[in-house]
Design a protein around this ligand. Structure first.
Ligand code: HEM
Length: 445
């Protein structure tokens, strides 16, 4: 078994490897999205802290809806869409349609993800639909831009899954914009089931399906896993996509049989996703490393979300209790995706920085050793990031279930600390790694 930190620089993850250099956008494209996502996680912590009283009692309170959107848009959508601008060209082996459009997407998304939560929390009310329309411009542009790499017909399951997940992102935002106008015009009552249709489309159809699809490429690559078959991954992608297609209209139109069918299909898909993780771990040729501690902790939150979601659907409880269970389920899904994003960021950012350093001629550290991916961030703070992040999400979940605003607030503060450590570590790591090193005069390829 190879130790990942000392292994030769394999070309993984959304980072350009041989043959991929000419298809990926400049490092500043994915890195700007990922840096903004770090600010999003810090903002999520603060928003949860400030809204803690209402998180446990009134999930539709403006401050809570605001905090939710800082989490799903400013943190998760920003990170995942940014990573896709790097990953899709690598996996589809075709470049984006336009690097300039990617930069416009970033600016429009950045405006949306901060204006929308502010509109929810503080008004004025017109800010909500305005920010929503800005978000629609951003994701429409991203879908057009990604459509070239995602039109590859030899990209396998990841490409198929990503085509669907980007379509679900567009649908989520269109729902959101309609609801945003409806808050002013009152076209229809914005009942909980309707809001939940939009919420599950975004969390499972967009974010969940993207992660499950991308994982089918990343996990075998990171673990050098040679599985006898990748069927469970294909099943996961197919079942989640099919399940979301039933669950959304089932919730929207309040048709329980459709919602239940959708939930069961999504649950089966998520189980297949976990089986796929277990299979990659079993057939690995590399040692487990920090990333896998992130993945296992993240997977524990997924199992928790599934259990709480099932309890919310099955148990005969008061409407207040059901509301609390649904809030806890949403929090657990955000924790599942959030820790996965943080773990993968400790791989993706160093890989992108590595390529950027090499193009500037840096191939060795100051003591003459070949530069490795693992040199580009400090490992102890990365472990602390996982510990504090895991603690923060656990506290938020526990606080919601125990109706304790104090515990939720502590969890929020922990998330802001987590984001700060991760951003400082990943941003300063490359500079530390080559401090005092001489760049090659003849620049590296
Ligand atoms: C520009 C994009 C978006 C807009 C305009 C938007 C708009 C809205 C609106 C108007 C509501 C109902 C608020 C109310 O109760 O009055 C809502 C709720 C919600 N949205 Fe979005 N949304 C967007 C993107 C997303 C995405 C991408 C996700 C998930 C990945 C998401 C997840 C949720 C959740 C979980 C709720 C329920 C919040 C709660 O009840 O506390 N939204 N959204």
């Amino acid at each position: 078994m190879t130790n990942a930190s000392t292994a030769p620089a394999a070309p993984p993850v959304g980072a350009p490897g041989p043959g991929a250099v000419d298809v990926v956008p400049p490092p500043s494209v994915p890195l700007s999205f990922l840096a903004a996502a770090g600010a999003g996680l810090a903002g999520l912590g603060l928003a949860v802290w400030f809204a803690a009283d209402h998180v446990v009692t009134a999930p539709r309170f403006p401050g809570v809806v605001s905090a939710v959107h800082v989490g799903v848009l400013a943190f998760l959508t920003m990170a995942v869409l940014g990573a896709l601008h790097q990953f899709a060209p690598v996996v589809g082996r075709r470049p984006l349609r336009s690097v300039a459009a990617a930069r416009v997407t970033f600016v429009a998304l950045l405006a949306c993800v901060w204006l929308l939560p502010n509109g929810f929390a503080h008004g004025p009310e017109w800010l909500v639909p305005t920010a929503g329309l800005t978000g629609l411009v951003a994701v429409s542009l991203a879908a057009w831009n990604l459509s070239r790499p995602l039109s590859a017909d030899d990209g396998g399951i990841p490409v198929l899954g990503l085509r669907l997940s980007v379509a679900f992102l567009l649908a989520t935002v269109i729902f959101g914009v309609v609801y945003a106008f409806d808050r002013q015009t009152g076209w229809f009552p914005l009942l909980s089931n309707r809001v939940l249709a939009h919420a599950h489309l975004g969390l499972l159809g967009w974010l969940g399906l993207t992660y499950v699809s991308v994982a089918e490429k990343l996990w075998p690559m990171f673990l050098l896993a040679h599985r006898p078959s990748a069927r469970t991954g294909a099943i996961a992608v197919g079942l989640i996509a099919a399940g979301v297609s039933f669950l959304t209209p089932g919730l929207l139109l309040a048709i329980p049989v459709l919602a239940w069918m959708g939930s069961l299909l999504v649950a089966a898909g998520l189980v297949a996703h976990l089986v796929s993780l277990a299979s990659c771990v079993k057939h690995r040729r590399r040692r487990l490393e920090l990333l896998h501690a992130y993945l296992f902790t993240s997977a524990a939150f997924l199992v928790t979300a599934m259990a709480i979601g099932a309890a919310a659907g099955i148990l005969d409880v008061s409407p207040a209790m059901r509301g609390r269970l649904v809030t806890a389920e949403v929090a657990a899904l955000v924790a599942w995706l959030g820790l996965a994003v943080l773990g993968h960021a400790h791989k993706i950012v160093p890989f992108i920085s590595y390529t950027a350093l090499r193009t500037r001629g840096y191939t060795k550290t100051a003591d003459g050793r070949p530069l490795l991916f693992g040199d580009l961030f400090a490992h102890a703070p990365a472990r602390v990031t996982l510990a504090v992040g895991g603690f923060g999400f656990t506290a938020i979940l526990t606080g919601i279930l125990a109706t304790s605003a104090q515990i939720v607030a502590i969890g929020g503060v922990a998330l802001t600390v987590t984001a700060t450590i991760a951003v400082v570590n990943l941003a300063t790591g490359p500079g530390h790694a080559v401090r005092g090193a001489e760049p090659n005069v003849r620049r590296a390829e």
